[in-house]
Design a protein around this ligand. Structure first.
Ligand code: NAD
Length: 494
């Protein structure tokens, strides 16, 4: 990855994009398009098809037809594996192009997008491709006069809705296991970040995914997303996004065909630093990256920092120093450590959180303001708000921006109580040298993942999912593929 290659890619015009249905780019029922703005400079970037319920119906029909005739669903797992491995190779070969395209509409710093978006998408397709011919059914322990076979049957048509942060990474966490398991998929990306996933659909066709098996319908959540989730012919929904939309999906399911909904939602994850942390300087550095990278637009961001009283002042000073040290700027500049906030409404919402936190008595230690306004882009200074109380809005609500809430605690009991004092349960972190305490905290924090003496690391081998109002179900790991199968029993009289 070098700056001149990035600059050459960013200079390319982006042609208007249609939906990808039944193996082809299509304009859709009305031919209407919406304008996508680039968070890098606030300028018009691309025109994307504005989908309608009829477009969703067309995509669902294509998916159902492809599923029923077995062109993919009944292909030998080794055949699907071959195609998906080819797709992984194509993604890897075009990784920089995909990463730059994605950054142009979502604003993530390129160093992160290249690895966490493009290369991670390739790795995800490879992982589930490799898995699919190693999953066996079962023979039940019945009496000898019958044979009970338990099959893994693909569920049918999978509806997937994903957000604008990490569209490629999150999208592939859903598309790859769904396709590997033999399903057909209709995907709705975020209206403001569809470009890289539309490209994946083209690459999937090039790799040999048959027509109709993987479809993308672009457009708004309230029209395209709602129509998909209300469809009587979609068998399961897999979703990543806000709790508000997650609730709606459950309603749509109840109003339609009771489809199962797997929800990966928001968080307000506690990152707890005890005075006996093995290396407080390291804790401050990693904790700063754990909230501020990608401008805080990371679902597992450690957005609530809980610090033991005796080190509180020094630690707040240290993490504020790190916050001020980040180079925020053009996400396609290799020197930028933090890129843009995704959109103007998101930026305004972040600033409003800071204003409200101050009104509620929190102390702004650094940041809290829009920066680089002259670029026309959406940038915010990494922000540290100290002395945030349990009852404060900033303690309880997800910002999804570069705003850290810091709260002191006295002892382990209070740390654990504060950690669990929100409705969320996505992630957490504990910094301590005390092994017993580390285990107690891992057991006690209500979250899908708890980091110990680090924050934010993970790979494909471990599941990611929330508890409580952070959702249900998991992406990643072999566990994630289970939801894309129904268990089907054959009961055979011998
Ligand atoms: P969002 O819920 O507004 O949008 C997510 C997707 O849902 C978009 O594609 C959107 O168009 C669609 N949508 C919106 N309204 C809809 C409706 N009525 N019916 C159907 N679909 C609809 O969320 P966002 O702002 O794009 O994403 C940020 C949120 O995602 C944050 O809360 C973040 O924590 C969460 N997130 C969670 C994870 C995780 O793994 N748990 C990962 C990334 C992001």
């Amino acid at each position: 990855m070098d700056q001149s290659s990035i600059d050459a890619l960013r200079a390319q015009d982006i042609a208007p994009r249609g939906h990808f249905i039944n193996g082809h780019s299509q304009d859709g029922e009305t031919g209407a398009r919406h304008q996508v703005l680039s968070p890098i400079n606030g300028q018009p970037l691309a025109l994307i098809a504005e989908g309608t319920p009829a477009d969703v119906d067309m995509a669902v029909r294509a998916a159902r037809d492809s599923f029923v005739d077995g062109r993919w669903s009944r292909m030998a797992p080794a055949g699907r594996k071959k195609v998906l491995l080819k797709l992984a190779d194509l993604i890897e070969a075009r990784a920089l192009e995909l990463a730059v395209l994605g950054v142009r509409d979502n604003g993530t710093e390129i160093t992160m997008a290249y690895k966490a978006e493009a290369l991670s998408a390739a790795a995800t397709f490879r992982y589930y491709a490799e898995a699919i011919d190693k999953i066996y059914g079962q023979i039940a322990p019945t009496s000898g006069d019958v044979l009970g076979l338990v099959h893994h049957a693909p569920v049918g048509v999978v509806g997937a809705i994903v957000p604008w942060n990490f569209p490629l990474m999150i999208g592939s966490w859903k598309i790859a296991p769904a396709l590997a398991a033999g399903n057909s998929v209709v995907l709705k990306p975020a209206e403001s970040a569809s470009l890289s996933l539309l490209k994946i659909a083209e690459l999937a066709a090039e790799a040999g995914v048959p027509d109709g098996v993987f479809n993308v319908v672009t457009g708004s959540g309230s029209v395209v997303g709602e129509a998909l989730a209300l469809s009587m012919d979609v068998d399961i929904m897999v979703f990543t996004g806000s709790g508000t939309t997650g609730r709606r999906l459950l309603e749509y399911s109840a109003r339609s065909n009771l489809k199962r909904c797997y929800l990966e939602l928001g968080g307000k994850s506690p990152n707890i630093v005890f005075a006996d942390a093995p290396d407080l300087a390291e804790a401050a550095k990693v904790s700063a990256a754990g909230i501020f990278r990608n401008s805080g637009q990371v679902c597992v961001a450690g957005s609530r920092l809980l610090v033991q009283q005796e080190i509180y002042e020094d630690f707040v000073t240290e993490i504020s120093r790190h916050a001020e040290g980040f180079r925020v700027g053009d996400p396609l500049d290799l020197n930028s450590q933090i890129g843009a906030v995704h959109s103007l409404p998101e930026l305004q919402a972040n600033l409003d959180f800071v204003t409200k936190a101050e009104a509620e008595g929190a102390e702004r230690r650094t940041g809290g303001n829009r920066i680089l306004t002259e670029t026309g882009g959406y940038y915010m200074a990494p922000t540290v708000m100290a002395n945030v109380k349990e009852t404060d809005t900033l303690f309880q609500n997800e910002v999804f921006g570069p705003v850290l809430a810091v709260t002191p605690f006295a002892d382990e009991d209070e740390a654990l109580r504060l950690a669990n004092a929100t409705v969320y349960g996505l992630a957490g972190g504990v910094w301590t040298s005390n092994l017993s305490r580390a285990h107690r905290m891992v057991a006690g924090i209500r979250a899908g993942v708890v980091h110990v003496n680090t924050y934010g690391g993970a790979d494909l081998t471990v599941p990611l999912g929330g508890v409580r109002q952070s959702g249900n179900g998991h992406d990643k790991s072999l566990h994630a593929i289970e939801k894309y199968f129904d268990l089907k029993t054959a009961w055979i009289k011998l």
